[in-house]
Design a protein around this ligand. Structure first.
Ligand code: FAD
Ligand code: NAG
Ligand code: NAG
Ligand code: NAG
Ligand code: NAG
Ligand code: NAG
Ligand code: NAG
Length: 527
């Protein structure tokens, strides 16, 4: 009886949470849309039968897709810039907030939820990609995904690539806005470091390019986080060279196979390896064996190397012999295929997978909470030993910690060059993720509590004053803006994401969006 009642209650709260936009807003839009016949194709109000499927199509964290999650008054899926300009104009006029969504991967759902009446601009229809092999550049629209970009590049060249993330259905718009790192960042820096021009629509509906926006705004959009300065329509990027074949391997070690020692040792080695190597460790718990219910920790040491097996093996033998990597662990493949490999597809998987916006990736379509850290000093072995029991707790069944080695090119780029400040001095970053199932979401507090406990436990071992965090791994626990948009309040989380770059971001916001129209719980406030 109880679950049945609950369902009814949830359904009730659902239908009451679907508010309708004011008629005047819709009139305003139809008046300002240059092409009237397209209006029915781009506006979804709650009484449109497609409204919920459009809303959920890119709501990647199911925590923010429950019946009690506030929903937008309307979703606009623009076909061109004029639709965005009209939506900004009419939303301002009628006192509605806008949330911009590219891929919808924001960890805290900020691109599709808000506590105040709001409109979602979903850029799903703005995803063209134009690759110029000769000039080694490309224009990519914000609504495209990383996978789509990699696919388009790979269709034209096996030896060109772009240093963005490995989350293949992540949107370009949010990803570039927050930095964006993946298999090539030790060699070429972040996605944002390789942006050379952009088109931004500002609060007044002006379309600005690098020249007309000026270097301050152009600086801010390359790592200052999405949702603060305007809507980035399209990005011009510099492509980078890669060998026709790269090498990958994944070696699994459990505690019984000295995983703790190896992880500890890795901290001294990985960030100093040649910048052609990307190395990460994914840590989780498993049963010791199929017969044995005793738990252990497993660590996957994953590597991508810009070169052949014949070069990688001697290098690993010289620098990290304890890992015991042998030729048989290694595979050669094109760079684009290595991204599928890191997304856990077998060698030879069709490249068309890159085009699936809804494919099952490690974090999409789950209820999850995540946090991030940066590490400056190797963590003692005893600290890891103290962490393992937390992974054995009931809540931690699917808990994962991903350690990604920094160094290389990241050490050579100045902290102030883009808003992303986590450069020299960081030996690796940690991403903690915990997900759970729908039926457990009623107890989400327990899971989130586990995550906070682990974060607290790690305090002595990670960056301090500020405890740094990656803005693309959005975490509202580290602070949110308060209602009176006070700068001092925002500085608490701002310093963690941006260190002293935060103050420059505030100056840019003060000029480009003085009324703070583009805002969310963690947007850059104006002074
Ligand atoms: C499965 C998964 C894998 C990931 N892998 C990586 C990885 O390998 N490397 C990495 O660095 N990060 C990774 N991330 C983090 C990812 O980079 C961020 O979550 C990123 O912000 C998502 O961008 P989006 O467009 O998909 O998200 P959205 O939720 O659409 O946007 C995120 C934020 O940016 C704003 N925004 C979106 N589009 C625009 C725009 N056009 N103009 C202005 N603001 C905009 C939104 O309003 C929101 O505040 C991953 C995340 C997930 C869930
Ligand atoms: C107006 O929009 C419709 C539907 O999207 C499209 O078919 C038509 O070509 C557009 N007309 C102009 C002038 O852009
Ligand atoms: C819902 O929206 C779609 C796309 O905008 C449109 O084609 C359809 O006619 C709408 N349906 C209703 C019932 O309004
Ligand atoms: C949608 O619902 C609103 C409010 O109930 C109503 O005013 C409007 O006419 C409806 N629109 C359509 C297209 O059915
Ligand atoms: C673990 O390390 C010890 C020495 O540190 C070594 O003797 C032993 O063989 C290692 N075990 C495995 C499974 O590699
Ligand atoms: C691990 O052991 C637990 C019992 O402790 C069992 O419920 C679970 O199915 C096992 N998992 C696997 C993958 O075998
Ligand atoms: C890439 O590696 C594969 C597997 O080792 C090999 O068959 C292929 O010839 C290589 N291609 C190039 C262009 O080197």
């Amino acid at each position: 009886m109880f679950p049945f009642l609950l369902v009814i209650l949830l359904l009730l709260s659902w239908s009451t949470s679907a508010h309708h936009p004011p008629e005047e807003f819709l009139h305003c839009l139809s008046f300002h849309f240059k092409n009237h016949s397209s209006i029915a194709k781009v506006i979804y109000t709650p009484n449109n039968s497609s409204y919920f499927s459009v809303l959920k199509s890119a709501a990647q964290n199911l925590r923010f897709s429950t019946p009690s999650t506030p929903t937008p008054l309307a979703i606009v899926t623009p076909l061109d810039a004029s639709h965005i300009q009209a939506t900004i104009y009419c939303s301002r006029k009628h006192g509605l907030q806008i949330r911009t969504r590219s891929g919808g991967h924001d960890f805290e759902g900020l691109s599709y939820t808000s506590k105040v009446p709001f409109i979602v601009i979903d850029l799903v229809n703005l995803r063209s990609i134009d690759v110029n092999v000769e000039k080694q550049t490309a224009w990519v629209e914000s609504g495209a995904t990383i996978g789509e970009l990699y696919y388009e590049i790979a269709q034209r060249s096996r030896t060109l690539a772009f240093p963005a993330g490995i989350g293949l259905n992540v949107g370009i718009g949010g990803h570039f806005s927050g930095g964006g790192y993946g298999l090539l960042f030790r060699k070429y820096g972040l996605a944002a470091d390789n942006v050379i021009d952009a088109h931004v629509i500002d609060v007044n509906g002006r379309i600005l390019d690098r020249k007309s926006m000026g270097e301050d705004l152009f600086w801010a959009i390359r790592g200052g986080g999405g949702g603060s300065f305007g809507i980035v329509l399209t990005w011009k990027i510099k492509l980078v060279p890669v060998p026709a074949n790269v090498t990958v391997f994944t070696v699994r070690k459990t505690l019984e196979q000295n995983a703790t020692k190896l992880i500890h040792h890795w901290q001294y080695i990985a960030h100093k390896l040649p910048e052609e190597i990307h190395m990460s460790i994914t840590i989780s718990r498993v049963n010791s064996s199929a017969q044995d219910e005793k738990m252990t920790i497993q660590a996957f040491f994953s590597t991508m190397f810009l070169g052949g097996i014949d070069k990688l093996i001697p290098l690993m033998q010289e620098r990290f012999p304890e890992l015991g990597v042998v030729k048989e662990d290694c595979l050669e493949m094109s760079w684009v295929e290595s991204n599928l490999y890191f997304a856990q597809y077998p060698k030879g998987a069709p490249l068309k997978i890159l085009l699936l916006r809804s494919y099952k990736s490690p974090l999409s379509n789950l209820f999850f909470k995540a946090k991030s850290d940066f590490v400056k000093q190797p963590i003692p072995e005893t600290a890891f030993k103290g962490l393992w029991p937390k992974f054995y707790e009931k809540e931690a069944k699917s808990a994962v910690a991903v350690l990604v080695a920094c160094g290389g090119k990241m050490d050579q780029i100045l902290e102030t060059e883009t808003p992303y400040p986590h450069r020299a001095g960081n030996i690796y970053s940690i991403l903690y993720v915990l997900d759970w199932e729908e039926k457990q979401n009623i107890n989400s507090v327990r899971f989130i509590g586990w995550m906070r406990k682990v974060y607290k436990y790690m305090t002595p071992y990670v960056s301090k004053s500020p405890r740094e965090a990656y803005v693309n791994y959005r975490d509202l626990d580290i602070g949110t803006n308060n209602k009176d948009k006070s700068y001092g309040h925002a500085r608490i989380w701002g310093l963690k994401y941006f260190k002293n770059n935060f103050d420059r971001l505030v100056r840019v916001e003060t000029i480009i969006d003085p009324e703070n129209f583009f805002r969310n719980e963690q947007s850059i406030p104006p002074l």
